[in-house]
Design a protein around this ligand. Sequence first.
Ligand SMILES: *[C@@H]1O[C@H](CO)[C@@H](O)[C@H](O)[C@H]1NC(C)=O
Ligand SMILES: *[C@@H]1O[C@H](CO)[C@@H](O)[C@H](O)[C@H]1NC(C)=O
Ligand SMILES: *[C@@H]1O[C@H](CO)[C@@H](O)[C@H](O)[C@H]1NC(C)=O
Ligand SMILES: *[C@@H]1O[C@H](CO)[C@@H](O)[C@H](O)[C@H]1NC(C)=O
Ligand SMILES: *[C@@H]1O[C@H](CO)[C@@H](O)[C@H](O)[C@H]1NC(C)=O
Ligand SMILES: *[C@@H]1O[C@H](CO)[C@@H](O)[C@H](O)[C@H]1NC(C)=O
Ligand SMILES: *[C@@H]1O[C@H](CO)[C@@H](O)[C@H](O)[C@H]1NC(C)=O
Ligand SMILES: *[C@@H]1O[C@H](CO)[C@@H](O)[C@H](O)[C@H]1NC(C)=O
Length: 392
Amino acid sequence: MKSLVHLILFSILLSVAISQCEELNSERKNNNEKEAKDFLRVYNEKILKLWNDQDIVDWNYRTNVTKENSDANIAAGLVLSQFIAAAFEIASQFDTTNFSTDTTRQLIKVGRKSLSDEEMKNLTSIISQMGQIYGEGKVCRNSSTGEEECLRLGALFDILSDSRNISELLWAWEGWRMNVGRKIKPLYFQYVDLKNKLARVNGQKDYGEVMRQAYETPSLETDIRNLYEEMKPLYMELHAYVRRKLYDTYGPDAVDINGTIPQHLTGHMWGRFWTNLYSIAVPFPKRPSLDMTEALNAQNYTVRRMFEKADEFYQSMGLLPLPPTFYNLSMFERPPDRQVMCHPVASDFHDGKDFRVRLCISVEYINFLTVHHELGHIQYYMQYANQPGVYR
Ligand SMILES: *[C@@H]1O[C@H](CO)[C@@H](O)[C@H](O)[C@H]1NC(C)=O
Ligand SMILES: *[C@@H]1O[C@H](CO)[C@@H](O)[C@H](O)[C@H]1NC(C)=O
Ligand SMILES: *[C@@H]1O[C@H](CO)[C@@H](O)[C@H](O)[C@H]1NC(C)=O
Ligand SMILES: *[C@@H]1O[C@H](CO)[C@@H](O)[C@H](O)[C@H]1NC(C)=O
Ligand SMILES: *[C@@H]1O[C@H](CO)[C@@H](O)[C@H](O)[C@H]1NC(C)=O
Ligand SMILES: *[C@@H]1O[C@H](CO)[C@@H](O)[C@H](O)[C@H]1NC(C)=O
Ligand SMILES: *[C@@H]1O[C@H](CO)[C@@H](O)[C@H](O)[C@H]1NC(C)=O
Ligand SMILES: *[C@@H]1O[C@H](CO)[C@@H](O)[C@H](O)[C@H]1NC(C)=O
């Protein structure tokens, strides 16, 4: 693996070697824009290939969680970070003062200083371990017959959306946090430390600043704050309305009519979507049902058909169709024969043609929303497929 990196780097180094030699005795940086553009052309080509290599092993790992696949994923991550670190060294030798905006913007995005190999390996392994704990997570209880029954995230999600039994809701919600959240917590602290360290090595305050910088919008925080303030009056009313409906359903012991809404009563494991409170919160119950899950089932929808329908939706707006390989290579449902990670993800394989989603869903309204959401990512990947690597 390492020799591969050196081979790739060699071709890049070659293109800037001459200018570097000329400047051995000088602090002066390279101000030749043509050389910068040559470097960027090679870099953009190589980084896509390395990303693609990483995308493939990452996919293999997440759709088939084994030690072997995890090791391959970690190794590819390391190759990538070494390459980026070396490319960064080259990119930072240019003085961009008189370069075009585009060249300067691309150079900034080339790479970042890396931590030591040991720390980068540690970081990749921490991320992989957190994913594994999440993927393998389950919560157990003794059923009425005394038999132990263990539920995975999907089944716990179902309880959160379907059950109206407070003790069961709390059991599922709290169980996940006790069993999975607590195990991930120490790793997450290490993750944050390393990510912040990586940011500081690159002259930034912390990882939050790195994430915000991706938007290239200095007013980002104010913009979001303003949007929030604009939404707040509506949100306050919606919140009060739903809280009242929950109060009427679960009573004063469960819901403080003047307080916050307990997350396990929101109908969603992360309290994120309140769609599943429809039956509780429906304002005009005597009107015909708008329950899409019923409609989907009545029309014999399959998961694949939900994707085809969403694909049609994007195409109806003049956007791009999904490639046929999308349906062949994506993972729509949990395979029976192996450990996988089911958290919904849309993947760009960085080769301009391979785009996939990975999730484990059934035919339900909320999943129909997820399908549209994920295809929004895929649409974006397809639309920027002809941009240079740095801009993807
Ligand atoms: C899962 O990965 C292992 C290697 O760790 C491999 O032997 C096996 O064939 C893979 N299974 C599937 C279904 O791809
Ligand atoms: C940028 O261009 C100006 C004007 O031509 C020149 O004086 C200056 O030295 C150039 N700076 C660099 C870093 O090339
Ligand atoms: C990462 O490094 C820390 C500190 O050296 C160590 O305690 C931890 O076990 C390592 N974690 C992994 C997942 O390698
Ligand atoms: C289930 O019952 C067994 C035996 O009574 C007990 O040891 C175990 O702790 C119980 N498990 C749970 C999750 O309550
Ligand atoms: C609610 O769930 C708990 C725990 O699963 C169970 O013991 C209880 O019987 C349930 N209550 C009702 C009314 O179904
Ligand atoms: C909720 O707040 C209102 C207005 O402040 C107050 O009149 C009411 O007593 C409070 N109710 C509860 C249950 O605390
Ligand atoms: C759905 O499947 C059932 C059972 O196979 C069939 O009777 C019904 O006509 C189908 N409905 C639609 C809309 O295709
Ligand atoms: C997808 O799979 C189908 C059936 O397995 C096959 O006929 C088709 O050629 C495959 N398409 C692509 C693009 O791989």
